[in-house]
Write a protein that binds this ligand. Sequence first.
Ligand code: SF4
Length: 78
Amino acid sequence: MPKIKLIQYREKCIGCNVCYEASPSNWKINEEDGKADLIGSKETKKDVFVKDISLDEVEENKIAEDNCPVGIIHVEDG
Ligand code: SF4
């Protein structure tokens, strides 16, 4: 099975909720700072959050990637 990585460069998040609307099982707005959390991710560098997703989650997260207004979501073959 190929591994697909979902990556968020969280610092520039403006909390617009587009990612949650695209993939509610992976994204959630954090009530404390108003930015999106990538559910189940690990912080691999400061403000860089990464998780593996399954193939059936790719399409909805590409929608998030394409529509995030600040371009901080990336779906990558990993
Ligand atoms: S779409 Fe981008 S800017 Fe909007 S909440 Fe999600 S990560 Fe943040």
